[in-house]
Design a protein around this ligand. Structure first.
Ligand SMILES: [Zn+2]
Length: 233
């Protein structure tokens, strides 16, 4: 590294010291986003990304939507480092976390997961929420993945028409009812005959992803797969 860059870093970090998004301790050299101690506590999704057509997520969607395959980076637990990551990503504008996840966790084996997929589609936010937040929390993650795989990022392939509240306290029937006609596809040619990967931040009930996937299938998608940052198991 050039001395001038080192000097800049020295001054910059002196003025704006970076802290761990989970425990708030000052980050040391080599640490980014999370301190190594917190990073060590992260629970990875305990299923293979290479053989990904049968695992916890594909089982979860059985009889709800035909899935080609599914994977997740992490397991979501309350008060965990993963929860802090997602919180910073969604509510504190820390979009760099998407890049950090691909840099640290998208290893060679995981990259094979993307080989037979064509198009990544984020779970879209309603325009009102998009305006409040200014970004979709999976944008940077998808852009980073797209940069190192052959999968295109269809950022605006699907529009969200309905503003839905939290799905977790509703019954399955109520959830399905409230998710009817939530999504619209402005340009159907874009998804026609494509192997689509839906990207979500945290998978819980899966009602939103189920509705999105079924909308895509009805409109001519070839297959649906799922990737989440974290899944509640
Ligand atoms: Zn920490």
């Amino acid at each position: 590294m050039h001395n001038i860059t080192k000097l800049f870093d020295f001054i910059f970090y002196g003025l704006f010291p970076k802290t761990c998004v989970h425990c708030d301790s000052l980050l040391k050299e080599g640490e980014e986003t999370l301190c190594f101690k917190c990073q060590f506590t992260i629970i990875s999704y305990p299923f293979s990304w290479g053989i990904s057509d049968k695992n916890y997520i594909t089982n979860k969607f059985q009889f709800r939507m035909p899935l080609k395959k599914a994977a997740s980076f992490f397991v979501f637990e309350n008060t965990s480092a993963v929860q802090s990551l997602i919180h910073d990503l969604k509510y504190k504008g820390n979009q760099n976390i998407g890049k950090w996840i691909t840099d640290f966790y998208l290893d060679h084996d995981k990259k094979t997961f993307f080989e037979d997929l064509d198009l990544m589609i984020p779970v879209p936010l309603h325009p009102k929420r998009y305006k409040e937040r200014g970004y979709n929390q999976v944008d940077v993650l998808c852009q980073s993945i797209s940069g190192i795989t052959c999968v295109e990022y269809g950022k605006d392939a699907v529009k969200r028409m309905k503003y839905t509240t939290s799905q977790t306290k509703k019954t399955r029937e109520q959830r399905l009812k409230s998710m009817e006609e939530v999504f619209a596809i402005p340009d159907k040619k874009m998804i026609l005959d494509k192997n689509i990967l839906i990207v979500d931040d945290v998978l819980t009930t899966g009602a939103t992803v189920e509705s999105l996937g079924n909308t895509l299938m009805k409109n001519g998608a070839k297959s649906i797969s799922i990737l989440s940052i974290a899944v509640k198991m």
